[in-house]
Write a protein that binds this ligand. Structure first.
Ligand code: ADP
Ligand code: MG
Length: 897
């Protein structure tokens, strides 16, 4: 019979594995936004987002509410790795009627205890306000570190008018009412969190807290994006599992014995906290009592017969259970304990009682291990690690009561979560020291947050800022289109002589040249019934040619065309040619473009101020190549618009966000004062990268932008571009990071020589770092590749900086586009405009959020326009051919040669 009872209490490893599995499910349920409300394991966010880094320093107050006491502490943290804090403390007895009375009386009592304590430790007036951490060991729905509503009282407390209230506010009000000390309640926490925090030391963070006391609970540092009940978390947050409630939905039915059912029925709240009732110190003695009562009734113990004393609730204490399981003194304790109850146990009775006690404690430790293994596996998985090493801060009377508990806990945890290496660290005063550390970390983070916000504030643009940029762009556009004011505008608004977008009836074979992107290319493009087909060759342009004479450059281009025609069997054919020439040009006709300046490393002599088409024709003459029919020279922006226009006729805007940024759009001829004619439309190459070069954006520029600008080859030029495009975003981020390091907020203020290197932080890193849901480990990996030794908090901060910089870029781009679409809508006299933007550029295409932010902001700024974005495929090649094709179609229709 005794063996039968022991068997009932023994859990196999498979059963514990199943418990772990159920716990993992319950945890996932508690974290998810959809299922959180029904979850048994509530996974409450604590708003503690950082473990101590050892720099915490200063004086901190702690108030810990206990079962029958209020404990007050004055903790001085030395800032040297938390090794030796100084503590002054006092324990105040609390009468039971306070725990049953009015809430106000409870908090007044706590405030009076605090004042009395302070009078003892600092008789004079303290110089500054004292930060206080409040250890409140009840379930709270926290919304900030210093804000939390009590969900429900437990542990025998029943004060009125507290449930549903913010207990921080109640305590703060009570302290203020004393009018004695200036105290700020800055952190609310339970003792589990304090336990975890008290075990963290420099270089060895403790990321799990475990309490096995009268009740049981746990907490751990979860990945922020897993905690769906909190908006906007990056990094990590400590989650209070409240796992005592695990099993309240029946998940533990395979484990519960008739004894557990009896304990539950006799408890204050039957059906609630089923997991806790298997583990917590309030219950272990009771479980043992019910087992003994049943065995006695079955005449298997104490010589049989009814033993009334075993029917008395709480006559068997958990402390006694823990003493009885001891190998040496255990049997003697069993005997004396039983004798004290008026029983006359035999030797064998004592043995059996010890076995029962051991079974109950072993089971509790095993279940605790199943829970801990679930937490560890969850952490390991969500951090995408193969192996997790974690320190687990542990506290509580049951854990401390006997070494056996910890041994079992450690051993079973290892079996259930073999991929995790957990070290149990006994907590030294989680409620006191740990709470002071939480408070200190909170203050450090709050100060840091203020500093980060202050630093990033200039990069954050308000809707009003963006509307202003939009209005300025609009003004510059008008100025640029007007012949008389064109010179005042920073936006050149160059006429392109492209008068129409494709309508789909274009047919024929065309040649295209693409000069000014990353490569020089020659293409043949066939525009047919079944779409556009292309073949192309890439040709190198040797540096000597790029920087030699103009003649040599254009001769080289002709050589490449001849080679291309030979390779593709086109020799002797005269195909209309479109020339993508992506340098700023003053265009005088579709096939007449005067180079204004070279960029991107080109410096061929004798070209600036000359018509590039003319130069190409002259080179053809020199080379005796007579089959060249250049009909159009186009900018890459225009090519992008045209190539998208072929697929979508409402594409009347071209946008580039790559190395640089630029835009073009179809403007009414009557608005274009810089080109002849009033009929129809013409594509305008805005050259908007130069927006702001006349000073109109000066108040948008930050110190970071000025630093970036100063170091470029064209300081003071292309100011708008330098806020937006791929060539600069990484540099902006780098300067912000340098400023954070200087403020000792990043990389612990350690100077990082690598970060001093120009262009070390490439724009493509922003794309990687900002990918949604990317594990912090990977962000850290990116930074490590740059030889930046980043902690997790550093990684979070770097990501925030990247987000601020790329968001601003997208928003400014949207402000520019908003000016364009609104102007188009107005000049066409429409209430609503539907238009498509053809886009090219690696930043736009590759960045995970850029396009989304661009489109959202554009919608906000230009609500009367419905704007669709279409990514262009090879805008510069296909686009140039299509410009030529449209030209030929129109010319044919007009009967021109
Ligand atoms: P171009 O503008 O010269 O025609 P691209 O459109 O390919 O060339 O843009 C190149 C620029 O895109 C580079 O300067 C780089 O800053 C940026 N870039 C490259 N890869 C990425 C990426 N993954 N995410 C964001 N930007 C990138
Ligand atoms: Mg390009």
């Amino acid at each position: 019979q005794v063996q039968g009872a022991l068997l009932e209490l023994t859990l196999s490893l498979e059963t514990l594995q199943a418990v772990k599995g159920h716990m993992l499910e319950a945890m996932a349920k508690g974290l998810s936004r959809q299922t959180h409300a029904q979850a048994t394991v509530r996974m409450l966010p604590t708003y503690i987002c950082s473990t101590p880094d050892g720099t915490e320093k200063g004086d901190f107050l702690v108030v810990e509410l206990r079962q029958r006491h209020v404990r007050t502490l004055w903790v001085t943290l030395p800032g040297d790795g938390n090794q030796s804090p100084q503590l002054k403390e006092r324990l105040f007895d609390m009468l039971e009627d306070i725990t049953q009375g009015k809430g106000e009386a409870l908090f007044d009592f706590i405030a009076r205890c605090l004042c009395q304590f302070l009078e003892g430790v600092c008789p004079g007036e303290p110089q500054q306000r004292l930060p206080l951490g409040f250890v409140f060991p009840f379930s709270c729905r926290q919304t900030r570190l210093d804000q939390g509503e009590l969900i429900a009282w437990s542990k025998g407390f029943h004060c009125s008018e507290v449930e549903g209230q913010d207990v921080v506010q109640l305590l703060q009000a009570a302290i203020d009412k004393q009018e004695r000390y200036h105290v700020d309640v800055v952190a609310l926490m339970n003792n589990t969190v304090g336990t975890m925090m008290s075990c963290s030391v420099e270089g060895m963070p403790c990321e799990v807290g475990l309490v096995i006391d009268m009740g049981t609970n746990s907490c751990f540092m979860a990945e922020g994006w897993h905690v769906e009940t909190v908006e906007e978390t990056s990094g990590r947050m400590c989650v209070n599992t409240e796992w005592g409630f695990f099993g309240d939905d029946g998940a533990l039915s395979d484990v519960l014995t008739p004894y557990d059912q009896c304990v539950d029925q006799e408890s204050a709240k039957p059906g609630e906290k089923r997991f806790e009732k298997l583990i917590g110190g309030l219950y272990l003695g009771e479980i043992v009592r019910h087992v003994l009562a049943k065995l006695a009734a079955e005449r298997a113990l104490f010589g049989g017969g009814s033993i009334p004393i075993l029917g008395t609730k709480d006559m068997f204490k958990t402390q006694q259970v823990l003493e009885i399981i001891d190998d040496e003194a255990g049997l003697a304790t069993a005997r004396s304990t039983l004798q004290a109850l008026g029983l006359a146990p035999s030797e064998q009775d004592c043995c059996h009682v010890q076995q029962v006690c051991r079974a109950v404690v072993t089971r509790a430790a095993g279940l605790c291990a199943a829970g801990l293994a679930a937490i560890l596996s969850h952490m390991c998985q969500s951090r995408e690690l193969k192996q997790l090493k974690a320190n687990v801060g542990v506290d509580g009377a049951v854990y401390r009561g006997h070494a056996r508990f910890g041994e079992i806990l450690q051993r079973i945890t290892k079996l259930l979560a073999p991929e995790c290496l957990a070290t149990l660290v006994p907590s030294a005063d989680g409620g006191g020291r740990g709470a002071a550390v939480v408070t200190a970390v909170a203050l450090r983070l709050a100060a840091q947050r203020r500093e980060v916000d202050r630093l990033l504030a200039p990069l954050r643009l308000s809707p009003a800022d963006l509307q202003r940029v939009q209005a300025l762009m609009r003004r510059e556009m008008e100025l640029g289109l007007n012949q008389d004011t064109n010179a005042q505008s920073s936006v050149r608004m160059l006429p392109t002589y492209v008068r129409g977008t494709p309508d789909g009836t274009e047919r024929g074979d065309f040649l295209a040249l693409d000069l000014g992107g990353t490569n020089f290319r020659v293409l043949v493009v066939r525009v047919g019934q079944d779409g556009v087909h292309m073949a192309s060759e890439i040709y190198a342009i040797p540096l000597a040619v790029m920087q030699g004479t103009g003649e040599a450059l254009f001769d080289h281009i002709i050589d490449c065309i001849v080679d291309f025609q030979q390779k593709h069997g086109l020799t002797g054919q005269v195909l209309p040619l479109g020339f993508t020439f992506s340098f700023p040009c003053q265009q005088l006709g579709l096939d007449k473009a005067v180079l204004l300046s070279w960029t991107k490393g080109f410096s061929a002599s004798g070209c600036v101020g000359k018509d590039v088409v003319q130069m190409l024709r002259e080179a053809a003459q020199r080379k005796q190549h007579f089959g060249l029919d250049v009909v159009a020279v186009v900018n890459d922006t225009v090519g992008t618009m045209m190539s998208c226009g072929y697929d979508d006729p409402s594409c009347e805007i071209g946008l580039i966000v790559g190395t640089g940024t630029n835009a073009c759009y179809m403007e009414e001829m009557q608005n274009v004062g810089t080109a002849e004619g009033d009929q129809g439309r013409m594509c305008i190459n805005m050259e908007w990268g130069a927006f702001g070069d006349n000073g109109c954006l000066d108040d948008i520029f930050t110190d970071f932008d000025r630093l970036v600008d100063e170091k470029t080859i064209n300081p003071g030029k292309q100011r708008f571009e330098k806020l937006i495009s791929g060539m600069y975003l990484g540099e902006i981020v780098r300067y912000v990071l340098l400023a954070l390091v200087e403020k000792h907020i990043l990389f612990r203020g350690k100077p990082s020589p690598k970060l001093q290197t120009r262009d070390i932080f490439q724009t493509k890193f922003l794309s990687t770092i900002e990918i949604d849901g990317l594990a912090l480990r990977q962000v850290r990996g990116v930074l490590h590749d740059l030889e930046l030794d980043a902690s997790f908090e550093d990684s979070v901060l770097v990501r925030e900086v990247c987000q601020a910089v790329s968001l601003r870029a997208a928003q400014l781009c949207a402000a520019g586009l908003a000016a364009v679409v609104e102007k188009m809508r107005e000049s066409r006299g429409l209430a609503q405009l539907a238009v498509t933007v053809g886009v090219d550029g690696t930043l736009y295409k590759m960045h995970p959020r850029f396009s989304q932010h661009l489109q959202q902001t554009l919608q906000d700024l230009a609500p009367n326009c419905t704007v669709t974005f279409l990514q262009s495929e090879d805008g510069s090649g296909k686009g140039a051919a299509l410009v030529a094709a449209v030209h030929c179609r129109v010319a044919q229709a007009q009967g021109l040669p």
